[in-house]
Ligand binder design. Structure first.
Ligand code: ZN
Ligand code: ZN
Length: 348
């Protein structure tokens, strides 16, 4: 089969690799769409402590079952998306229903080869664990592929941010994840939704969505004042930091209203993971700060159902489709803010 193999920093090579051979319980997908994630970009540029090359990346995918050696699970011909976290099932967090926090989790594209390839093998444990969700609507594979990142966003919202009719929401970061957060806020009934970014081109792309205000963040400032201006001086009730910038984390506490909720969605680079936060904002304004990482199966299920319903503008989020051969072009387009989310179609 053909695959894009990550061989080390700045080095992804599209090549012929041996076809996967199925063991008992495993299943083979023909990949129709696999979106490029920010995590793929970071791994491509900087490597990843948990990824040992050579490894096929890509974990936001949709494909069709072409072979199965599993007694249960989907059949040949079924189109599916996958919950990619394979937890131990035994640890404290797994027992609490928080498999995303499992102490010995395995993940597609980290511990197993991912979906930047014509085909991908699904581990037996995932098939048996019900990780494959059938697509039961006439919706493109490229749209369904965003179920995975959307589930991660839902993990931050459900039972945590509790956005509703009384909330003004500001999202810092207008990449695909920021846009998904903003759209989820809108769907949940937020009064106003703002999106902020340092990149003019990303804010330009955000025009495709029903948001109240796009605010440029520049070194000269003005963006914090703009949020205050738009909220009668109060600030935003919910601030979601959807980028890996310490400045954004610092700003989020300034932008938040009293009794606000602030979510640190994006992690900071492991080499410089600290931000100089003014924690007095948390104290005096009674702000609740939350973090979130990955997703539980229930988050993925909710995302899959939402995309499948057609009520989420997945087609506008995935605004570029490319064949596998030019996968690195897709990486560059996203880095340069020229594509919101690029999707690889290995069948092209
Ligand atoms: Zn991802
Ligand atoms: Zn566990």
């Amino acid at each position: 089969m053909k695959a894009a193999v990550f061989e080390g920093k700045d080095n992804i090579v599209v090549q012929e690799v041996p076809d996967p051979v199925l063991q008992d319980g495993e299943l083979l997908l023909e990949i129709e769409a696999c979106c490029i994630c920010g995590a793929d970009l970071r791994t491509y540029r900087h490597g990843h402590a948990k990824i040992t090359p050579p490894r096929i990346l890509g974990h936001e995918f949709c494909g069709t079952v072409v072979e199965t050696r599993a007694a249960d699970g989907p059949s040949v011909g079924d189109r599916v998306v996958m919950y990619i976290v394979i937890p131990c099932g035994q640890c404290k967090y797994c027992r609490a229903g928080r498999a995303n926090l499992c102490v010995s989790r395995a993940t597609m594209s980290y511990d197993f080869d991912g979906a930047f390839a014509t085909h991908m093998k699904v581990p037996a444990k995932a098939v048996a664990g019900g990780h494959l969700f059938r697509v039961e609507a006439d919706i493109s594979s490229r749209e369904m592929a965003i179920s995975e990142p959307l589930g991660c966003a839902i993990n931050a919202h459900h039972n945590r941010l509790n956005i509703g009719l009384k909330d003004v929401v500001a999202v810092i970061g207008a990449g695909p994840i920021g846009v998904m957060h903003a759209l989820l806020a809108r769907l949940q009934g937020a009064q106003k939704v703002f999106i902020l970014d340092t990149s003019e081109s990303r804010l330009e792309m955000a025009k495709a969505f029903d948001l109240d205000e796009r605010i440029i963040v520049s070194s000269e400032g003005g963006h914090i004042e703009r949020v205050k201006e738009l909220t009668d001086g109060f600030g935003a009730d919910v601030v979601i930091v959807a980028c890996g910038s310490p400045h954004a984390q610092i700003d989020s506490l300034e932008i938040a209203a009293k009794a606000g909720r602030v979510e640190f969605f994006g992690g900071l680079p492991k080499s410089s993971p600290t931000a100089q936060l003014n924690t007095n904002h948390i104290h005096y304004k009674e702000i609740t700060v939350s973090g979130s990482f990955s997703e539980k199966m229930s988050d993925f299920q909710a995302a899959q159902a939402l995309v499948q319903s057609g009520r989420f503008p997945a087609d506008k989020i995935v605004n570029k489709e490319l064949p596998l051969e030019v996968i690195t072009d897709g990486f560059h387009l996203m880095e340069e803010g020229k594509a919101l989310k690029a999707c690889i179609n290995p069948q092209l």
